[in-house]
Every structure is written in structure tokens, then in C-alpha cells.
Design a protein around this ligand. Structure first.
Ligand code: SF4
Length: 610
């Protein structure tokens, strides 16, 4: 219950689809989505396999609460070995695709092998077909793919997860987009899908979802929903989305600016949440025109923006770019503005739009452009590579051009599509890549936020802001004391929330007991906050086991020299570096891992893992 108990196996090499029963033991141990998907991944593939080879496995996983009446129940995850990181990847998305997959009667889709030509998957409840994508949607953007598939199958309610041209051309940080602007964004899961010649998954479901105890479940939903309604969390996120964080990190001195050379941005007022709300003199409209929600969400943090009609980025371009579309969130906003030194919010909105249209992670895209801009200012990259464009920090025209190039995999966009690590290695300056395990930093500088420094270093998928939440403590003090325990505890909590099928954002109002009572109503067995925490710890250790078997070591739990050796120039962390050497040994000890960062057998035994 909560789970359908059905897994869809798709082998693209043999072109066979089949059903198997969900392993209920694993569902009890790993719950769903991030946890269950990771367990199946570890059982189905050799972690040493090349991420872009047919031996990699691509899993679309729902949680037991996905598609139910619980608030924020539109989540699903894509789990695979990341093309950007060569580590385990778990990218979580909202929108409507996950709920539709659940309505079609499937808990997970496991995709193996590689098709010998471009294909897409069409799922209508139990009917599953592998169909030809050639001369149809291959070579098209995410938006065109969604329109074409709905037209061909004559179903406006078809839900689609697809890659754009960037994923087809194997840009290392290509993502998978559903519902036009919701993405399983990080670690290059879209490049893995492209390597399998799988353009899209279209799904339509008309089945319901059964829960274990409907009275208990609906009572839990009503109580948690009441806690969320009109709460500060809901009010803040529905009005400002996550963009309000921009002023917080800037004031604190932890806003990555110009490839982390600086930690505060002098033009913050031109790109912050107030700038999104401000009515423009030129056309009497604001950048932000509305908010919107994923399936079943009572928060509605999503942004809808419209670029200024006479802005250079859309001049002479197709009408699609002049319409309302998903706007800037904090992570895309920081990466496409302060991180590249750009103070033009319309240019940042355009770059974000191309990331949605062609399926690119805007954090990694912005991080890679920032690294390229630093290389350009050093004279390592020249106008020869950039086609004559001045690629200095702050040039909005360079940002817009870069988005067009990488989106289509053309010109200098091929180099930029490598991601910061591979780009900086190619041009002889690996130290300029602001990455962990090859993945670009989210919008927090670890010199002022020591907990986030440790969270980035130890995140299983590389630098990530969603796998731990040491925010409150980090904004309270900059000393490394006590961070190891906070990071470990919040990592375990984040892991299990990602396994439920619900969003992490209600976490500002809900504690783990609120998630637990909803899981307890939906799923068989007894689920309380304690069991959820243990499940989260089990999931985090499972991901670590995958990475150890993939060949990652303690040496990969580190940060670039800029964060470890160059003191921050201003803000709360002025004069400080990230003190990882003080936090990491304590963290390993608390985790029950060896000095080399490997889970001890006693830890795995305690968690009941084989
Ligand atoms: S809070 Fe935001 S991201 Fe989370 S489910 Fe709601 S709209 Fe989607």
C-alpha cells in the first residue's frame, strides 16, 4: 500500500519491456524514490561501469506518497551513475510527471542497455511501447518534444519527461525536464538518458492509489496541511519562491560571486527578489508575473516570469521566448547572475529559459561559464574560442550566447558542455573549477558557511545544497564546532524525505514526525520519526557503498583550494577558509566510517545492510 508493488523493466538493447513485483523487503528498508531507486541501482549494475555506457542503469522512481492527497506529493527521482560526477546521482523533480507515473500503476521504471537508434517510451497504464523517435522528436527541444508527443497521441494530459538537444549531444550536465520547466536537474542524468538514445518517456495513467489505512492517512494529511496553511514557510515561498535567499547570503557574505573570487555582489539590488517584483519603467510590467505549484502542492513556490519585450536576448527570436515561462529560483538566480558577475535579471531569465528548453542544469551551466570567464580574463581562453565575444565577468551578452551554444551543442558550447572540471583541465587550470566530485557548487560559500562546506564535500552526488541543511546553524556562527553532527543528522533526514514522494520545502513547518504520520497512514508497517531517521541513515550509507565500489575515496571528499586556502575577502567569513580538516575526521567517526571514509562492517550490520 502506498506502493503499487510493480516495477517496469525496459531493456533498450533487446527492446523488451516486462513487469516484476516490487521487492517488499527493500521497500520496507529503503521506503521509495531515492532510497529504493539506489538499492535497485546497486543491485543491477557494476558501479565501475562508464556512466555513458549501456551498462549504466537509469531509474525513474516514485515514493509511496507520490500522487496521493498529501501536500507536495508530486515528486519523483532519477537515480543513475552521473555523467558529470562518475558518482551515484539522484535528481529529484516536481511537476506532474511523477504523479502520472504512479497513476499508471508503476512504482519504478528501470531502463537498461542502449537503443540502436533514438526512441521514446509510451506508457498508457499497463500498455508500454518503445517507439521510434527518429524524424520526429530527436533533434528537438524539450518544449517541442512535449508538444509533438501530445499531438501524436492526441492527449493533452500526457505527461512527459524528456531531454533536449543538450542531452542528445551528451553535455555533461544535461538534465531531464518534465512539464516544460521542472527538472531532475543535477549530475548529468540527461546525458545518461541521451547516451541510451532515449529521448522521452510519455505517460498517462488512470488508476488510483491505495493507501494502507485511509482514515489514518487522511487525518494525517489534514493535520499536516493545517500546519502548513498560512505558515511563515508557505507565505514566504509562495510570495518570493526561494529567491529571497539571495539577500540573505549576500548580507552574510556567502553568495558565490565571479567564480567564488568574491562572496558579496555589489549589484545585488538589480538581481534579487525585489528586482523580480519591481515594475519596469519601459513596459509597466514586472519580471515575475505569477507563482505556480507542482502536483498536489499547497505552497506553490514555482516562479513564472516574462522577459522584457525589448530585451536584446529575445530580439528577433521565436515567439516562445516572449511568453510566460518558469522564472528564476535562488539556485538558478545566483548561478546566472552573481556567479558570472551579471547584473541583468532579464539576461539571467533568458539563460534559465534556455536551460529549461534544452535541458541543462543552470547551476552547473552558470558555474562552467564562470570558470570560462575567469580563464578568459587570464588570457587562457580568447576571442578565438568565443567567436569574438568578450567573455569577461559581467557581460550579459556572453551569458546569453553561451546558453544558446550549450543548448544546441554548437561552437564553444561543446567545451562549455564539458562542465567546469573537464573544461578547466582542458585549459590547464584545474584549480579554477569550483566543484566537488566534478559537480559545481550551489549558492553557498563554504568559508562563511562551514557546515555547508562539509555538506558539499561529503554529498554523495557532489556539491549539493539539498542533501543536508545546516543553514540555521551556519547563519548563526562560522566556527567549525558542532558542524559534523548537524551535517550528518540533516543528511539522514534529507535522504528519507527524498524517499517519501514529498517535497523538502514543507520542512520549514513540518518536522520528521509530520512526514512519518503520513507515511504511516499510507504504507504497511509502523512508521515513526525514529524509523524514518534510521531509514535515512541506511540510504546515505547505501549511496556511500555505491561510490566506494565505483572507486571514489576520501580524497574525493574535498573542496577546491580557493575555498580551503584563499581567505574570504568580506562578510561573516572574512579572513577565514573552510576548515574541512577539522570537521571531516569527526564526521567520519560519527558516521561509523573508517579514516578512509569507508563504512565499517559494524555500521552496515547495525543498519541491517548486507
Ligand atoms: S514547494 Fe515548490 S518545489 Fe515543492 S512541491 Fe511545492 S511548488 Fe513544487
Amino acid at each position: 500500500m502506498g506502493w503499487h508493488g510493480r516495477v517496469l523493466n525496459v531493456n533498450l538493447t533487446t527492446r523488451q519491456c516486462g513487469e516484476e513485483a516490487l521487492n517488499q523487503q527493500w521497500a520496507g528498508d529503503y521506503l521509495g524514490q531515492r532510497g529504493l531507486g539506489s538499492k535497485y541501482l546497486l543491485e543491477r549494475m557494476d558501479p565501475k561501469a562508464d556512466a555513458l555506457s549501456p551498462e549504466n542503469v537509469l531509474i525513474f522512481a516514485t515514493g509511496p506518497l507520490t500522487g496521493t492527497a498529501a501536500s507536495t506529493s508530486g515528486r519523483y527521482s532519477v537515480i543513475t551513475k552521473g555523467a558529470l560526477t562518475d558518482a551515484i546521482a539522484c535528481s529529484n523533480s516536481g511537476g506532474f510527471f511523477g504523479a502520472e507515473l504512479k497513476f499508471a500503476g508503476w512504482d519504478l521504471i528501470i531502463v537498461e542497455g542502449r537503443a540502436d537508434h533514438p526512441v521514446y517510451l509510451n506508457i498508457q497504464n499497463d500498455k508500454v511501447e518503445i517507439l521510434d523517435a527518429r524524424d520526429f522528436i530527436w533533434g528537438r527541444s524539450v518544449w517541442q518534444t512535449e508538444d509533438h508527443l501530445r499531438a501524436r497521441h492526441q492527449d493533452p494530459l500526457l505527461r512527459i519527461a524528456s531531454i533536449g538537444v543538450a542531452g542528445e549531444k551528451l553535455a555533461r550536465y544535461a538534465c531531464i525536464v518534465n512539464d516544460r520547466d521542472r527538472a531532475a536537474g543535477r549530475s548529468g542524468v540527461g546525458a545518461v538518458m541521451g547516451s541510451k538514445n532515449l529521448k522521452a518517456i510519455a505517460v498517462r495513467g488512470t488508476k488510483g492509489i491505495n493507501v494502507d489505512d485511509s482514515q489514518k492517512f487522511l487525518k494525517a494529511v489534514a493535520e499536516t496541511r493545517a500546519k502548513l496553511d498560512h505558515s511563515p514557510t508557505q507565505k514566504r515561498l509562495s510570495r518570493n519562491g526561494t529567491m529571497a535567499m539571495m539577500d540573505v547570503t549576500n548580507a552574510y557574505g556567502s553568495l558565490p560571486t565571479r567564480n567564488n573570487k568574491d562572496v558579496q555582489f555589489e549589484d545585488i539590488a538589480m538581481v534579487n527578489v525585489k528586482a523580480m517584483h519591481t515594475v519596469r519603467k519601459s513596459d509597466g510590467k514586472a519580471n515575475l508575473i505569477a507563482n505556480k505549484a507542482c502536483f498536489g502542492c499547497t505552497i506553490a513556490c514555482g516562479r513564472v516570469s516574462k522577459i522584457k519585450a525589448d530585451h536584446f536576448s529575445i530580439d528577433g527570436k521565436k515567439d516562445d521566448y516572449k511568453k510566460a515561462i518558469g522564472g528564476l529560483e535562488y539556485e538558478s538566480g545566483f548561478a546566472l547572475a552573481p556567479l558570472v558577475g551579471v547584473n541583468d535579471i532579464e539576461a539571467a531569465t533568458y539563460a534559465n529559459m534556455i536551460c529549461n528548453e534544452q535541458g541543462l542544469d543552470p547551476i552547473s551551466f552558470g558555474g562552467t561559464v564562470a570558470a570560462a570567464m575567469e580563464l578568459y580574463e587570464m588570457g587562457v581562453i580568447t576571442k578565438q574560442q568565443t567567436g569574438g565575444i568578450d567573455f569577461s565577468f559581467g557581460n550579459a551578452k556572453a551569458l546569453v550566447a553561451a546558453a544558446d551554444w550549450v543548448g544546441l551543442g554548437e561552437g564553444f558550447g561543446v567545451d562549455l558542455g564539458l562542465g567546469s572540471k573537464r573544461l578547466c583541465e582542458k585549459y590547464g587550470h584545474p584549480e579554477l573549477a569550483m566543484v566537488v566530485k566534478g559537480q559545481e557548487f550551489p549558492g553557498y560559500d563554504g568559508r562563511a558557511m562551514q557546515g555547508m562546506a562539509l555538506a558539499f564535500a561529503t554529498s554523495p552526488r557532489g556539491a549539493c545544497h539539498m542533501k543536508a541543511s545546516p543553514y540555521t546553524d551556519d547563519f548563526t556562527h562560522v566556527r567549525p564546532d558542532g558542524k559534523a553532527e548537524i551535517v550528518m543528522t540533516t543528511q539522514n533526514k534529507a535522504a528519507v524525505v527524498d524517499a517519501t514522494g514529498l517535497c523538502a520545502f514543507p520542512g520549514g513547518s513540518w518536522d520528521l514526525a509530520d512526514y512519518a504520520k503520513q507515511v504511516d497512514g499510507a504504507c504497511a508497517g509502523d512508521w515513526d520519526a525514529e524509523r524514518l531517521m534510521e531509514t535515512g541513515e541506511r540510504i546515505f550509507n547505501l549511496e556511500r557503498v555505491f561510490n566506494v565500489r565505483a572507486g571514489l575515496t576520501a580524497k574525493d571528499d574535498t573542496l577546491p583550494d580557493r575555498i580551503l586556502k584563499e581567505a574570504a575577502k568580506s562578510g561573516a567569513g572574512k579572513g577565514r577558509v573552510a576548515e574541512l580538516d577539522k570537521m571531516l575526521p569527526e564526521y567520519y567517526q560519527l558516521r561509523g566510517w573508517s579514516e578512509g571514509g569507508v563504512p565499517e562492517q559494524s555500521t552496515l550490520d547495525r543498519l541491517g545492510m548486507d
